[in-house]
Design a protein around this ligand. Structure first.
Ligand code: ATP
Length: 365
């Protein structure tokens, strides 16, 4: 029997609504064509423009609805001129992450043959790895609470057993699922600085314990500095990388750089129950309202959502549709005819998204 999944949608600020509309349109068409699942979308207000209008950046009703939903699809939030009274940025996506304990920041890095990027790939090699950034503690634990005196400043890095165990379990499961899908050898690399910091030795020890529970998968370690070097020299060798919050923050931008920019970089923030799917880029206010924004990172994030829902609910049709959607974007990018300006093309948002929708529709049986 077809199951209905409730999707909470935050169209957000800046280019947010422009990339959300065509993404939801594609998802609706896939849902309408499926006998195995259906998606029901609920638009929820939040963000900087909403704060400017109402004094609330993430209304309680929106938070409650997001918590009730099966998955959360979010575009981008924040505007440079709209700030809280203390001068900090409006970022309800961070509130969602904390409130729903979304500890695994999943950042896939893919570069297919024909895709433009800063590296020239050796013949027959493609880049297809996933960086998992712990997203609730690490060096971000003391965000906003660092101590500063006249002579020194201190921040505290926190690694807990509880979150690390959940994080590593998630990483090995992901590597297992990728292996099953033929997308990787089933290898998880713990990225740390265990040679210098005791906290990272603890992190690594917990990783090794989870590795023992997964004898069918390969586990290894790498120092974060060497990882940065290898991400440039041989990124095709990676499968699943798992790391602390600040290291992950830095390496995920390097990953987006490998893909040729933010316009193709999707992401997910995942916890035990809830997950938010959103592009890595921000609200791009400089191009908002002109129909120029690249919708691909948003569409790829939606593909990750279908995949996650499918695995969580053992619904193969959702997993298959997630793959179909991702592959459609990859083919449109490789073909190079309907690209937005950030990727060197001349198409607008709607034409680029329509090209993806047409490919998906063609393949619908
Ligand atoms: P944030 O702090 O929220 O990440 P930011 O201002 O640092 O925001 P973005 O909003 O991602 O970063 O914008 C950075 C640059 O990338 C801008 O020039 C923007 O126009 C461009 N950009 C971001 N997303 C897209 C997109 N989807 N399509 C085209 N250009 C984009």
């Amino acid at each position: 029997m077809s199951k209905t999944f409730e999707i909470a949608v935050f169209a957000g600020d800046g280019i947010g609504p422009e990339i959300t509309d065509p993404t939801v349109k594609i998802l609706r068409a896939m849902s309408d064509a499926s006998n195995e699942y259906s998606l029901n979308f609920q638009d929820l207000p939040a963000g900087a423009a909403h704060y400017a209008a109402t004094g609330e950046s993430l209304p309680k009703d929106s938070m409650d609805a997001a918590r009730q939903a099966d998955a959360i699809l979010l575009s981008a939030m924040g505007l440079p001129d709209v700030r809280y009274a203390d001068g900090t940025e409006i970022s309800p996506q961070i509130d969602l992450r904390k409130e729903l304990t979304l500890f695994a920041g999943v950042r896939p890095v893919t570069v297919r043959e024909g895709q433009r990027g800063p590296l020239s790939l050796p013949k027959g090699k493609e880049i297809d790895f996933v960086l998992i950034r712990e997203s609730t503690e690490g060096l971000f634990y003391s965000q906003g609470c660092g101590e500063i005196t006249n002579d020194e400043a201190r921040e505290t890095l926190l690694i807990t057993r509880d979150i690390s165990e959940k994080l590593f379990k998630f990483a090995f499961e992901l590597a297992g699922n990728r292996k099953k899908a033929g997308r990787g050898p089933g290898r998880v690399t713990c990225v740390d600085k265990a040679n210098v910091f005791r906290a990272f030795a603890f992190f690594r020890e917990l990783f090794d314990q989870e590795a023992l529970r997964n004898p069918d998968l390969v586990a290894d370690h790498a120092y974060v500095d060497a990882t940065a070097l290898w991400m440039v020299q041989k990124p095709w060798d990676f499968d699943v990388l798992v790391t602390e919050n600040m290291f992950g923050d830095i390496l995920s931008d390097l990953g987006a750089g490998l893909m040729g920019g933010l316009g193709l970089a999707p992401s997910a923030d995942i916890g035990l129950e809830h997950a938010v799917f959103q592009p890595c880029h921000g609200s791009a206010p400089d191009i908002a309202g002109h129909g120029l924004a690249n919708p691909f990172a948003m569409i790829l994030s939606a593909a990750m959502m279908l995949d996650w829902l499918g695995i969580k609910h053992s619904n193969e049709a959702l997993v298959a549709d997630g793959n179909r959607l991702r592959e459609a974007v990859e083919r449109v990018v490789a073909r190079g005819k309907t690209l937005t300006r950030d990727l060197g093309g001349t198409s607008g948002t709607d034409d680029a998204a329509a090209a993806v929708q047409a490919l998906v529709a063609m393949e619908t049986v």
